[in-house]
Design a binder for this molecule. Structure first.
Ligand SMILES: Cc1cc2nc3c(=O)[nH]c(=O)nc-3n(C[C@H](O)[C@H](O)[C@H](O)COP(=O)(O)OP(=O)(O)OC[C@H]3O[C@@H](n4cnc5c(N)ncnc54)[C@H](O)[C@@H]3O)c2cc1C
Length: 386
């Protein structure tokens, strides 16, 4: 086991962090606390990050125009992005996993049509699973794809879709037959070619990135756009979750690190009872707890990505990383608000925004409760989902 980054990883993180501080931070600060970054600007940001492998191209194989980066190296850089902007990080998370889905789980025609434009950051992807009546139980998806000759007719609604309002295409989980988990499939619906509507959602946090409702009103999509073997939608979603969950956890690690940095620096400046508040033992206790919980979460996430790089199934480790890191960030950002006292609840010090952003993360890609059920199922062999 080696806890030290390689020289190559160290240099990659250093170069990218310099770019983030100099070029990205001034852009995202213009949009804080709650203004939506426009699609054109989000694409421009992705394009600027391409040379670092952080525009949707990083983990994609070189033969498809990507950089063939290991997941762990990508994760080390992604953590820095999440520290500067959780919003851009979430957009990139979806974009990168969208490109990855095109690389590993679709037919040649779909890959050739969409992947080159994804690795050049010319178009934006989204992934549509959740619906107004379907959240934790993905198997109950109601959005239908009805076969009609050499087309499918897609009808239904998706909600909470990250990048949804920006999206040029959506990889939609649809019901292709009536019964059971084998009834779900994934079809690519192109906004310009086939048409779907979207409505952006105003949220507690992460309002600089789009989360949207999508409406598919009898959309005619060629059967060739079925991305995977019809009926394997649920299995495919679970495999993608293995990568998505530690990445959501890592977004929380970045957000919590930003909050801890602010709390440490404020505790050294703010004076009460004749000394900096950081000199009071209870404040140091809060900082020490935050730093330790943050490191524990980081290590869980790194372990999950290390397993993924070694081709080892990581369902349980990814679930542990996701629930622990996302709940940790809620605690750490809350402590950062507390350490800032009254200033912490204003819009001027940035910690209230980090707290709101952190509070979002225990929900997507399987709530904390769902991650615990996955871990418990493995420990006991008993399925407690229903
Ligand atoms: C920021 C954000 C981004 C998102 N991005 C996407 C996206 O890109 N694509 C997409 O498809 N979806 C996305 N989602 C949706 C997300 O995946 C769902 O919100 C999530 O799966 C939970 O579903 P729900 O909101 O319907 O809650 P529900 O499933 O209704 O759950 C409500 C509560 O009940 C609990 N619960 C449910 N079942 C059980 C059980 N068996 N045992 C114990 N407790 C249970 C849950 O933990 C939760 O506390 C996003 C959500 C957020 C917040």
């Amino acid at each position: 086991m080696n806890f030290l980054p390689t020289e190559e990883q160290r240099m990659a993180v250093e170069g990218f962090t310099r770019f983030l501080e100099n070029e990205l931070r001034p852009i995202v600060e213009r949009y804080q606390p709650d203004k939506l970054i426009e699609k054109e600007l989000m694409l421009e940001i992705f394009q600027k990050m391409l040379p670092y492998g952080m525009g949707g191209n990083g983990i994609i194989a070189e033969q498809y125009g990507g950089m063939g980066m290991p997941w762990l190296t990508y994760a080390l850089m992604y953590e820095q992005l999440a520290r500067i902007s959780g919003d851009v990080a979430i957009s990139l998370l979806i974009q990168q996993l969208g490109a990855y889905s095109l690389e590993v789980c679709t037919n040649t025609a779909m890959r050739e049509k969409y992947l080159p434009r994804m690795v050049r950051a010319e178009i934006i992807a989204c992934s549509g699973i959740s619906e107004p009546g379907v959240g934790s139980n993905v198997a109950e998806v109601t959005c239908r794809a009805q076969r009609d000759g050499d087309h499918y007719i897609v009808t239904g609604e998706k909600t909470w879709i990250s990048n949804g309002h920006y999206s040029d295409f959506c990889m939609v989980i649809v019901r292709t037959s009536s019964e059971g988990s084998g009834a779900l499939s994934m079809i690519l619906v192109d906004r310009a070619e086939h048409g779907y509507e979207s409505r952006n959602i105003d949220k507690l946090g992460l309002n600089s990135t789009s989360t949207a409702q999508l409406f598919f009103d009898g959309v005619r999509v060629p059967a060739a756009n079925m991305m995977i073997e019809p009926g394997s939608g649920l299995k495919n979603t679970m495999v993608l979750f293995e990568k998505a969950r530690p990445m959501v956890g890592l977004t929380s690690v970045g957000i919590a690190q930003a909050a801890l940095d602010k709390a440490v620096s404020y505790s050294k400046e703010r004076r009460q009872h004749g000394k900096p508040i950081g000199g009071h033992q209870l404040i140091q206790g809060m900082l020490a707890e935050a730093a330790t919980e943050l490191d524990a979460a980081r290590l869980l996430v790194y372990r999950a990505f290390n397993l993924i790089d070694h081709g080892v199934r990581s369902e349980v480790q990814s679930a542990m990383a996701k629930w622990y890191a996302t709940e940790m960030a809620v605690n750490v950002t809350s402590k950062a608000v507390q350490i800032h006292g009254g200033n912490g609840i204003t819009k001027d010090f940035g910690v209230e925004l980090l707290f709101r952003n952190a509070r979002m993360m225990p929900i997507p890609d399987g709530t904390t409760e769902i991650q615990k059920l996955i871990i418990g199922r493995t420990l006991t062999g008993i399925n407690a989902f229903s």
